[in-house]
Design a binder for this molecule. Structure first.
Ligand code: AMP
Ligand code: ZN
Length: 307
C-alpha cells in the first residue's frame, strides 16, 4: 500500500477520506486537523498557557506531543487514580509512562494523587459511594483539572478526547435525550465564571485509529491497556455500534459529530453556566450550595470515621 499523497510506503488506510498515508503525511494531516479545531473553536493562542490533562494513554500523549511540536506553551497534569495496587498496576504504569514522556521532552508535569490528597483512590471511592467507579472518578478529575489550572494560572485545560469519544457521547446523549448535556457538548467550553477555566478538546476531528497510528509513528510509549474500570461501560457499546456503521459507510462518525456541531447554537453554550455560584466549602464554581467534589470528600471522611 502506497501513500496517495507522496507515493511512499503507507502506514494507515483512511477510508473516510478514501486515501492512505505515509508517516510524514499522517503527521501533517494530524497537525492540520488540530489547527482547524483550534481556529474554528478559538481554543487558544500561541501566548496562552495550556494545561494538558495526560492519562498516559495514546490520545493525551499524542495531543501533548503535537502541541509541543506546534510550539504551544504547555504543561501536563496527571491524576494518579489509585486503580490497582503495587508497581505493576494500571495507575502506576499510567503514571510512569506519563512521567517518562514528560522527562523525554523536558516538559513540566504536575501530578495529583487521589489517595494521598483526597483520602481515597477510585476503587475505594466506588466502594464508599456504591456507584460506578467512573462517576466518582469523573467528579474528581473534572474538579482537579479546573482547580489546578486556576491555581497555577493556566488559560485553558486541554484533554485528549477524540472523534470516537465525542461521537459515542453524542449517541448516548441523544438516545437518552439528555438535552442539557446536548447543549453543552462542545469541543470548547468557555470561561463562564471567574474560577472556571476554559476546556478544550483539540483532537475532536481525529479518530482513535488515526491517533494510534500517529502515536506509533512518533515512537510514543503509551499505556495500551484500557482502564479496567471501563469494561462493560455504555460508552464502549456506543463506540462499537458506531464502528459497525463506519465500516459499512466510512465517514459516518465524522458526519454525525461534525454535523451536530454545525447545527448547534453557540449562545446555548454560553448561557448554560450563567447561574453558577461558589461552593460554600471550597469556593469552586457550582450550581449547588456544596459542590459534588466536596460532597464526595464528606462521604470519604464519614466512611473513615466509622471504620
Ligand atoms: P477518558 O475519559 O479516560 O477517555 O479520558 C479522556 C481524557 O481525559 C484523556 O484524553 C485525558 O486528556 C484526560 N484524562 C483521563 N484520565 C486522566 C488522568 N488520570 N490524569 C489526567 N488526565 C486524564
Ligand atoms: Zn466544593
Amino acid at each position: 500500500m502506497r501513500c496517495r499523497r507522496c507515493g511512499q510506503k503507507a502506514v494507515l488506510k483512511m477510508p473516510r477520506h478514501n486515501t492512505a498515508v505515509c508517516g510524514g503525511c499522517l503527521d501533517r494531516f494530524v497537525q492540520k486537523q488540530i489547527k482547524i479545531a483550534v481556529k474554528d473553536h478559538r481554543m487558544f493562542s500561541p501566548t496562552d498557557r495550556i494545561l494538558v490533562a495526560v492519562s498516559g494513554g495514546k490520545d493525551s500523549l499524542a495531543l501533548w506531543d503535537a502541541l509541543i511540536r506546534m510550539g504551544y506553551r504547555t504543561s501536563g497534569l496527571h491524576i494518579h487514580q489509585g486503580i490497582g495496587q503495587g508497581i505493576g498496576d494500571y495507575s502506576s504504569v499510567s503514571y510512569r509512562k506519563t512521567r517518562a514522556f514528560a522527562d523525554s521532552r523536558g516538559a513540566e508535569l504536575i501530578v495529583h494523587s487521589l489517595e494521598e490528597n483526597d483520602g481515597a483512590g477510585v476503587l475505594e471511592l466506588a466502594d464508599i459511594t456504591k456507584r460506578s467507579p467512573c462517576s466518582a472518578c469523573g467528579v474528581m478529575k473534572r474538579y482537579h483539572f479546573n482547580r489546578i489550572a486556576h491555581e497555577y494560572g493556566f488559560d485553558v485545560v486541554a484533554t485528549g478526547h477524540n472523534l470516537d469519544d465525542e461521537a459515542a457521547r453524542l449517541m448516548g446523549n441523544l438516545l437518552h435525550w439528555q438535552e442539557a448535556y446536548l447543549m453543552k457538548q462542545s469541543p470548547a467550553l468557555p470561561k463562564t465564571h471567574e474560577r472556571l477555566v476554559k476546556k478544550v478538546k483539540p483532537l475532536y476531528r481525529l479518530t482513535e485509529r488515526e491517533i494510534s497510528a500517529y502515536a506509533v509513528t512518533r515512537g510514543i510509549d503509551y499505556m495500551i491497556e484500557e482502564c479496567p474500570m471501563s469494561a462493560g461501560s455504555k460508552q464502549l457499546v456506543y463506540k462499537e455500534a458506531l464502528n459497525r456503521l463506519e465500516a459499512d459507510a466510512p465517514g459516518t462518525k465524522m458526519y454525525f459529530y461534525l454535523g451536530f456541531l454545525d447545527r448547534q447554537r453557540p449562545e446555548l453554550l454560553a448561557g448554560e453556566d450563567a447561574k453558577l455560584g461558589d461552593c460554600e466549602r471550597c469556593g469552586q464554581p457550582t450550581s449547588l450550595p456544596v459542590c459534588s467534589y466536596c460532597r464526595l470528600v464528606e462521604r470519604i471522611n464519614v466512611a473513615h470515621e466509622t471504620l
